[in-house]
Structures are given as C-alpha cells and as structure tokens.
Write a protein that binds this ligand. Structure first.
Ligand code: NOJ
Ligand code: CA
Length: 564
C-alpha cells in the first residue's frame, strides 16, 4: 500500500450553526470556529470538516445552496473564512468544506430563471424536467425527505425532480454545461487553499434514464426512489470526469458520501485510481432501522450484529482501499444513546470504550462535535420542537403507516437528525456557553453536567480520554501500526466483546472492547504487552489472560514475541 497523507489525519466534523456563536444572534458562525481553534488543537485533531456555509435559505441547513460562491451572511464573510483557513493552518489544522453538487436550492438563480422564463429559460436543461402522465407525476418515486420526487413547475405542465426536499431540485448531470459550471466552482474553492471536500450525496448524480414506475412499498402508493437514483450504471463516466477535471489536479482529500454502493464496487470508488480518497460506509450506523430512511421500521440488534457489520465493512474496505470511520455525524443520533441500549450504562466507560473501538479501526477517524464530551440525544415532547425536515416527514409517514402519534414521536426521538444538531455544550452557564441569547434550536438541559469546560478540568473525563485515544494513534510507539497496519478480527463469535488486531511488519497491537455491563475473561496469545490505552486505572492482565471490566477498552502492544 502506498501511504497517503490523509490516512494520518484525525478529522473533526463541525456543524457550524451549532458550534459557537461569536456575535450572539443565536446561530453558530465562522468566527466562532476561529475562536475555538485552541480547543480543537488541544484535542489533537489535524483537520476540520465544516458542513455547508454557502449562501442558502437553510431549508436543509445549508444542503440547499443558492450561491456556490458566496457565504451565508449568518455564518460570516469571505474574509472570516480566509482568516479561519490561515489561523487553522498556523495550528496545523487543515480545513475541508462540504461539496453539494447533486442539487441546488430552488432559490439558486438558475432555478429562479427557470421559474421566471419556463421553456424559454437558458437554464431549462440545468434541472430535470418531465411532463406528467394523466394529471399524475411522471413516476411514483418517493423522495428521501418524503412525498413524490416530482413537484409541479409553476406556470407549466412540467414537473421538476428532487431526490431530497422540495426546495432542493436535482441538477441535470446529463447536461455538459452543468458539469462544467460545477467543476469551475470546485476548482475555485480548491484554489483558495482548502484541503479538500466531503462530497454530499454523490451517488445520486446519475438517474436511471428509463423513468418508469416501480411497485409501491408504502401506503402512500410511492416507492423509495433510490433504486432508480443511486449509483446507477453510467455514474462512472461522471465520477471519472469530475475527478479528472478537479480533484486530481490538486493534492487534496475527498471524502465521498456514497450510500448504495455494493462492496464489489468499492474498488472503483476508493481503489488506487478510485473516484475518492475514502468513503463513508453507513451499514453499521444504520443497524437499528431497516433502511436508513425509514425510521419506523425498527430493527432489534445485538453486539454480534454490530460486530459483523463492522468487520464485514473493514474487510471489504481493506480489500478495496481506504475508509472513513465515524460513530456520529449531523444525520445520525448520538452514539452513546444508540449503541449503549440501557440508560444506566451510559457513562464514562461506555463512552470512551465506544470512542476507542471505532478509532483504531483501519481508516481515517472522524469525530463529530460533542462526541468527545459524550453529548446525548435530546428527547422532544412534540413535533413542533423539531427543525429537521426529515424528522417532520418521518413523523407523518409513521402515522400514515398506521402508528399512533406517540409511537411516531418515539421513532423520531430515537433517530432524529436534531439529536446531534443541538448547540455544543461549552460550559455550564446559560445555553451551555454557546451563545448569550436563545439558540436557534432547543438544547439539552444536561449541559450543566456534560460540558467541555468542566471536562477540561477533570483528568478523568471523556474529553481527556479522547485526547489520549488520539495521542496513541498519532504519536505513540504504535502509531504507524495503528494507522497503516492491516486489521484482523479477533473473537469473531463472542457475543459481547469486539476485538481486533492491527498488524504492520513485525509489530502487533491487539484491541479489546467489552460491550457488556459484566466482567469478561479473555485469553491472550502472548505474555508480554505494553498497555497503550485502558479506560480503567487498574490492570487486570495476568499470564496469558485478562479480565475485561464492564465497558472496558484495552489496547495492548505485543512485546518480545516473534511475530514474523
Ligand atoms: C446528506 C447530508 O449529510 C444531509 O444532511 C443532507 O440533508 C442530504 N445529503 C441532502 O443534501
Ligand atoms: Ca452568530
């Protein structure tokens, strides 16, 4: 394997609206990020991915862009971003932006021109327009955020296509002009000195050109659109061209949000000449729902299921290339609330165990803001308290599918994207020190006990343990092995321990994570180890055996054995 610079990085994801509000208008902003660079540096991360900050009506919180070249004024001005890039660089932190090129906002001037001039608009072919059939939309496909993918184009007999929200019309990638415009924009941002992009919803850019109906899969008479809109044959031409015209000209990192790619095709996406440096695999993050976008179809799972999904993913990615490992993001609920089922077990041990378990998997680790202090889900009492368009859709869809209002609320409380979008808990003061005024989104009262300032002072906090986790990967004696080493699952059939080995030449690190509230005995292969990481103070290794305490994380470097 040829080493790449981005394999070494530790990436911190920022949801800018909720990170830090520097001017007290209740909304996080770019200056807020700049002001918190010391915090990020002390954590030990090396790169930051910022969710969209471009001009946008914020219907989907920035994933609906109305001008690719301007920043949303509520986030700040271009000089603020320039300053952030510069100051971050001084601290050894690179900046990655979000790239949203499957769709724009309906307030983008291209779409506005289309609305104004209809058939005569010079942007007519920038979007996907089709005529209806017998007064019905062109197909029965359901959009990711609910309802038909088709919306009537006012003043015409045509419909426009949207994979996501009504205010997010999909761009027509079949049109070369559109692609050229997008490549120009991508290069503009790379020229600015950012380190690369996280690329949004990229498997959606190619649609099946046979716009035909499929059998319905819900009481709404519609069918999930993804069978026709995700990773469709022909996408390779677009992705190769995107890469040739933009990314490949820079030494940048690209992280593809690429749901719907079968493992057999991972080589095309992340292989030596793949479209991206790495992609996210959502299979294990979505283990509690039958499909990532149907929250009312709950799935019961156990640690063995989680382990199988993680190891299958790791093995497939290892064959193909490099992965982007994450526990949380702005579309997921909080990891401690998801992966640790019983409330009484959500504590320092389980939070740090989870953190370490995913961190030493093979790939580049991502930390989502607040994960490092153990922020939790935030239960809301009524549908009015939600902001996320997806949660609102899922609520009404659940009810249409026959669930009660209470059940519907329960499903979205578990899964809502608003769980992870609440303002960051900086301290125990009003609004968690995020802002001096009421924040844009209601926040969890537990900021009084779960916050960064208190944890900075406590040597035994989740935050300080995350610093250790990062240090061990980045600068310890075992660093090369933990970054570049092969991964090999251990104890594959054990019901409650997730364990694996990382191996590089004659170095070996073994990692054990106890997902249970009971102590567990494990046998070790060797008898000499250095403890690299342990979330308990005591060591319980004797001879070739070790007792893992409840939710213990234990990472050991093998010593003195002939491993060749
Ligand atoms: C994936 C993003 O992560 C999500 O937040 C967004 O709503 C959709 N793509 C649409 O852009
Ligand atoms: Ca602000």
């Amino acid at each position: 394997m040829n080493k790449k610079w981005w394999q070494k990085e530790v990436i911190y994801q920022i949801y800018p609206k909720s990170f830090y509000d520097s001017n007290n208008d209740g909304i996080g902003d770019i200056k807020g990020i700049t002001q918190k660079l010391d915090y990020l540096q002390s954590l030990g991360i090396t790169m930051v991915w910022i969710c969209p900050i471009y001009q946008s009506p914020m219907d989907d919180n920035g994933y609906d862009i109305s001008d690719y070249y301007q920043l949303n004024p509520e986030f700040g001005e271009m000089k603020d971003l320039d300053e952030l890039i510069k100051k971050a660089k001084e601290k050894g932190i690179k900046i990655v932006l979000d790239l949203v090129i499957n769709h724009t906002s309906d307030e983008h001037p291209w779409f506005q021109d289309l609305l104004e001039n209809g058939e005569n608009s010079k942007y007519k072919d920038y979007y996907i327009l089709k005529s209806g059939k017998d007064g019905q939309p062109p197909t029965n496909w359901r959009s990711v955020f609910g309802g038909s993918v088709w919306e009537p184009l006012k003043g015409t007999d045509q419909y426009y296509f949207h994979s996501f929200g009504i205010k997010q019309p999909d761009l027509n990638w079949e049109n070369k002009e559109v692609r050229k415009e997008l490549y120009k924009m991508v290069n503009y941002w790379l020229d600015k000195g950012i380190a690369g992009f996280r690329v949004d919803a990229i498997t959606f850019i190619k649609k099946d050109q046979n716009y035909d109906n499929l059998p319905a899969d819900g009481v709404d008479g519609l069918v999930k659109c993804t069978k026709k809109t995700r990773n469709q044959p022909g996408i390779e031409t677009f992705l190769h061209e995107l890469n040739d015209e933009t990314f490949s000209k820079y030494n940048c990192v690209t992280i593809g949000e690429a749901p719907g790619v079968p493992y057999e095709q991972y080589g095309d996406y992340i292989g030596e000449n793949g479209y991206f440096s790495m992609i996210f695999d959502f299979r294990y993050a979505d283990l509690d729902v039958a499909s990532g976008s149907e929250w009312f179809r709950r799935v019961d799972w156990d640690v063995l299921d989680l382990k199988k999904l993680i190891f299958t993913s790791q093995k497939e990615i290892q064959k193909a290339g490099w992965g982007a490992n994450f526990l949380e993001n702005h579309d997921q609920n909080r990891s401690i609330s998801k992966y640790i089922k019983e409330e009484e077990n959500r504590n320092f041990y389980s939070a740090t165990m989870l953190g370490a378990m995913f961190f030493y998997l093979r790939g580049t680790p991502f930390i989502y803001q607040g994960q490092e202090i153990g922020m939790t889900n935030f239960e809301r009492k009524s549908i009015e308290e939600f902001d996320d368009i997806s949660s609102i859709d899922q609520y009404y869809r659940s009810i249409n599918e026959g669930f009660s209002e209470e059940e519907a609320l329960h499903f979205i409380n578990l899964r809502s994207r608003d769980n992870s979008r609440t303002p960051f808990h900086w301290n125990g003061e009003n609004f968690g020190g995020f802002s001096e005024v009421t924040p844009w989104l209601g926040m969890n009262e537990n900021y009084k006990t779960i916050n960064a300032s208190q944890q900075e002072q406590d040597p035994d906090s989740i935050l300080n343990f995350y610093k250790k986790i990062i240090e061990v990967r980045q600068t310890s004696e075992a660093s090369e092995c933990l970054i570049y080493g092969e991964i090999e699952p251990l104890l594959e059939d054990h019901p409650t321990i997730i364990a694996y080995k990382r191996k590089l030449n004659d170095e070996e690190v073994v990692c054990y994570f106890n997902f249970s509230s009971e102590s567990q005995k494990v046998e070790l292969d060797h008898n000499k180890y250095d403890v690299l990481l342990n979330n308990y103070k005591e060591e319980t290794i004797s001879e070739q055996e070790c007792v893992l305490k409840p939710y213990q994380a234990l990472v050991l470097q093998v010593k003195g054995a002939d491993l060749s």
